[in-house]
Design a protein around this ligand. Structure first.
Ligand code: SAH
Ligand code: CA
Length: 238
């Protein structure tokens, strides 16, 4: 019997650097400073069949720094999976900080939950088992939520990035940050369509359109950092 062709996976890892350099960065600067519960959560995620979609720890380290620089207290996360970025966020906001974490998949979240509990930060997290858009719309119905978040991390369905952006740019305060993950999409954004495996093409198109739209958005300052699979960091200006 003929074997099913293996679907091309999109490794969520640095793409602008050699593997050796990535390994060097992780081993010299990221892993030695990664806290115990984060490391344990990352190792537990390794057994998940979709382990490649977890955030890369070097992108996480950059996010931790941003959270500290912002003195972030209230954040939103769109796309939790097993919770690497969620635990990282929880560890980098104060004890009375709060994260609204959105994902329709509770099972994956529960893989990371024991490590979140062990780290003593579960009280900062409100996990809602739901697609993100309806929750963001509900938050926007209460004006008290406008500009009330310091930070948002978007790492879910790429075809909705612009929809998330339209909502988060209102929910995050002026001076606050919205970070979008996977905006280099395995390097496919810089390739001709024919060169890209079919499974990646649709999201490649969305990523290209999204990258252009935020580059044209005068409401924010922007950097597309070539860390992980590309992290677009937007700071709200108006
Ligand atoms: N930030 C995570 C990785 C997220 S992977 C980490 O650090 O490991 C993408 C996640 O987005 C998946 O868990 C998937 O269930 C979730 N997702 C898919 N569609 C979504 C939606 N509409 N709203 C919120 N989350 C969604
Ligand atoms: Ca990601």
């Amino acid at each position: 019997m003929e074997k099913e062709p293996k679907p091309a996976i999109i490794p969520n890892r640095p793409i602008l650097m050699s593997e050796g350099l990535v390994k060097y960065i992780l081993e010299s600067s990221v892993y030695p400073r990664e806290s115990e519960p984060l490391r344990e959560l990352r190792n537990a995620t390794d057994n998940h069949p979709l382990n490649f979609i977890a955030s890369s720890p070097d992108a996480g380290q950059l996010m931790a720094l941003l959270l500290k620089l912002l003195n972030a207290k209230k954040t939103i996360e769109v796309g939790v999976f097993t919770g690497y970025s969620l635990l990282l966020t929880a560890l980098n906001i104060p004890d009375d900080g709060k994260i609204i974490a959105l994902d329709p998949d509770r099972n994956s979240y529960e893989i990371g939950l024991p490590f979140i509990k062990k780290a003593g930060v579960e009280h900062k997290i409100e996990f809602l088992e739901s697609p993100a858009l309806p929750v963001l719309d509900k938050l926007l119905k209460d004006q008290a939520n406008d500009g009330s978040f310091d930070f948002a991390f978007v790492d879910a369905d790429k075809n909705n990035y612009w929809n998330y952006h339209e909502r988060l740019i209102k929910l995050v305060r002026i001076g606050g940050i919205i970070a979008y993950d996977n905006t280099l999409w395995g390097g496919s954004v810089a390739m001709a369509e024919e060169e890209v495996p079919e499974v990646k093409r649709e999201w490649r198109k969305h990523a290209i359109a999204f990258n252009k739209a935020i580059a044209d958005d005068s409401r924010l300052e922007l950097t597309l950092a070539s860390v992980g699979d590309g992290l677009s960091i937007c700071r709200r200006l108006l």
